[in-house]
Design a protein around this ligand. Structure first.
Ligand SMILES: NC(=O)c1ccc[n+]([C@@H]2O[C@H](COP(=O)([O-])OP(=O)(O)OC[C@H]3O[C@@H](n4cnc5c(N)ncnc54)[C@H](OP(=O)(O)O)[C@@H]3O)[C@@H](O)[C@H]2O)c1
Length: 259
């Protein structure tokens, strides 16, 4: 059962300009709402808005799986906000491939890398001049996955893309630290969202088990709520985390059996 959170401090992100990808639903929508609740101005994107897309944010329709799509979105977002202080790379899509890793076709590997890894690299590249211009205090949070460390075979390509995101984030953190810009990575575990629910059902069907079996055994006793990830983003994006950079944080109810 998800407990009620301590109300957000509405002054924490006052004056901050945030760009969040994939904020139309699920974890991204919770991140957008949490930053709004903290007083930030937020722009988000997805291919389609949903009923879940927070109304207080500016929604820019777009597809960030290509370089051209990212550049168009970044330019529109910067026009809207006049600059940027917080970047959250959340948009991604895990696509299961059953039948063996060697049978994953080249197009699926490239698709996985484009959306789950290169989209974040391209968004950051497009926004870095504006982040640098805003000066010390800028923050990038990349949303990775526990699959980066413990990839199930049907998600080998997704897990590899997320592992690349972790590694890239570490290098970027080192490069940007002298400018006072922090880069952190969050690795969610099983969080109940529209996108991930489909993946879990695919796994359950392939294994011939009930859906609930996929999230059974999480040490803290429940799957994640998107707000669990949004709280971690809010912390890492805030000055409370001013001495944290280059970190990859598991937020997974204790599920990942690794240090
Ligand atoms: N939920 C979990 O259990 C879990 C676990 C580990 C990691 N994660 C990570 O957490 C993040 C959010 O996952 P989620 O479960 O909230 O997924 P979700 O419910 O599928 O939401 C994904 C968001 O990304 C957007 N998106 C997807 N492809 C896009 C594209 N080409 N261009 C622009 N936007 C695009 C989607 O909107 P459109 O489809 O309309 O474009 C949507 O807003 C992802 O990085 C995911 O890898 C989730």
């Amino acid at each position: 059962m998800f407990k009620t959170l301590v109300p957000a401090d509405i002054t924490e992100f006052a004056g901050k300009r945030a760009i969040v990808t994939g904020g139309s639903r699920g974890i991204g929508a919770a991140i957008v709402q949490r930053l709004l609740d903290g007083g930030a101005s937020v722009v988000t994107t997805a291919r389609n808005a949903t009923d879940e897309t927070p109304k207080g944010a500016t929604f820019i329709q777009g597809d960030i799986s290509t370089l051209a799509g990212v550049q168009a979105f970044a330019a529109a977002a910067l026009r809207e906000l006049g600059g940027v202080d917080i970047v959250v790379n959340n948009a991604a899509a895990a696509r299961t491939h059953l039948g063996g890793i060697a049978s994953i076709p080249d197009e699926e590997w490239l698709d996985a890398l484009d959306l789950n890894y290169l989209s974040a690299v391209r968004v950051n590249n497009a926004l870095l001049p504006a982040l640098r211009e805003a000066g010390a205090g800028g923050v990038i949070v990349n949303i990775s996955s526990g699959s980066a460390i413990l990839p199930g075979p049907p998600l080998a390509h997704y897990g590899a893309a997320k592992a690349a995101l972790n590694t890239y984030g570490k290098a970027l953190a080192a490069e940007l630290a002298p400018a006072g810009i922090r880069v952190t990575t969050i690795m969610p575990g099983n969080v109940l969202t529209p996108g991930a629910d489909v993946i879990r059902q695919n796994f359950a069907d392939a294994m011939g088990v009930e859906l609930a079996a996929i999230t059974a055994g999480i040490p803290l006793g429940r799957p994640g709520d998107p707000r669990d990830i949004a709280e971690a983003v809010a912390f890492l994006a805030s000055d409370r985390a001013q001495w944290i950079t280059g970190t990859s944080l598991n937020v997974d109810g204790g599920e990942l059996p690794a240090i």
